[in-house]
Design a protein around this ligand. Structure first.
Ligand SMILES: *Cc1c(COP(=O)(O)O)cnc(C)c1O
Length: 231
C-alpha cells in the first residue's frame, strides 16, 4: 500500500497554533486546558480532511448535516475518532444520526426524545439552549430547560453531558456564554450533578467561551480555512 500523503502543512500549522492559543487562553482565565475538548467542524469538506486531522492527533470531529456526516464517517472509518453532530436535527433523520454520532450537541426540542431514546448503546447529548427571542433559532427556551433536562434524564439510552449554545449574530458572546454557564449552575446541576459540560464557542468567539467555562469548542474555519461551499 502506498503511504498516504502527509497532511497539508498549512492545516498542521493552523491546528498547532489553535491548540497553543487555547492552552494560553485557558491559563489566562484560570481554566484547566486539558478539560477543554477541541471539536474540529469539517462540514462541507471531503473525508480526506478528516483523515488529515486524525493524523494530526485531532480526535473529535464535528458535522452538521445528514447524510453528509454519515457518508464521511463511513468513508473515514477511523475507530479512534469521536463524531459530534452539531447541526439541527430533523426528526426523520435523528435515528440515522444516532447510529454514527458519539455525541449529539443539538438536542433542541422534547419531540426528539421519542426518536432518540431506546435500548441501544447510549448516546451522549447536549441540550441546546436558545438565548434569543426568536423560536426559529433552535434550542430550548431558558424557562423550559428544567423540564427538558428531567425528560432527558428519564429517557433510556441518552447520557446528558450538559448544555450547548450558539451565540446570536448581534449578541455580545461573552454575556451569552455567561448566561449559559449560569443556567447550567442554576438549572442543570441540581438535577444532574454530572452534566456540567458546556458546548460553546466557534471560530469567532471561542476565547469568550473559554473564559465562561466552555468544555467543548466547536471550531470550523479557524482550522479548515474557508468552507468550499458557503454554509
Ligand atoms: C459550522 C458550525 C460551527 C463551526 O463554525 P466556524 O465559525 O466555522 O468555527 C460550530 N457550531 C455549529 C453548530 C456549526 O454549525
Amino acid at each position: 500500500m502506498a503511504p498516504r500523503k502527509p497532511p497539508d502543512p498549512e492545516l498542521a500549522a493552523r491546528v498547532a497554533e489553535l491548540r497553543e492559543r487555547i492552552a494560553e487562553r485557558a491559563r489566562e482565565t484560570g481554566r484547566d486546558g486539558d478539560a477543554i475538548t477541541l471539536v474540529a467542524v469539517t462540514k462541507f469538506h471531503p473525508p480526506e480532511l478528516v483523515t488529515d486531522l486524525a493524523a494530526l492527533g485531532v480526535r473529535d470531529i464535528g458535522e452538521s448535516r445528514h447524510p453528509e456526516a454519515a457518508q464521511k464517517s463511513a468513508a473515514v472509518a477511523e475507530p479512534s475518532l469521536r463524531w459530534h453532530f452539531v447541526g439541527q436535527l430533523q426528526s426523520n433523520k435523528a435515528r440515522l444520526v444516532r447510529a454514527y454520532a458519539d455525541v449529539i450537541h443539538s438536542l433542541d426540542r422534547p419531540s426528539l426524545l421519542r426518536v432518540l431514546e431506546g435500548p441501544d448503546e447510549p448516546v451522549s447529548v447536549f441540550v441546546q439552549v436558545n438565548l434569543t427571542d426568536d423560536p426559529g433559532r433552535g434550542g430550548v427556551a431558558p424557562g423550559e430547560l428544567g423540564v427538558m433536562v428531567e425528560r432527558v434524564l428519564a429517557a433510556p439510552g441518552l447520557r446528558l453531558l450538559g448544555l450547548m449554545a450558539v451565540a446570536g449574530r448581534d449578541a455580545e458572546p461573552g454575556r451569552e456564554f455567561a448566561r449559559v454557564r449560569e443556567l447550567r449552575d442554576r438549572v442543570v446541576l441540581p438535577l444532574a450533578p454530572g452534566a456540567g459540560s458546556l458546548s460553546m464557542g466557534m471560530s469567532g468567539d471561542w476565547p469568550d467561551a473559554v473564559a465562561e467555562g466552555a468544555t467543548h469548542l466547536r471550531i470550523g474555519t479557524a482550522i479548515t480555512g474557508n468552507r468550499p461551499i458557503a454554509a
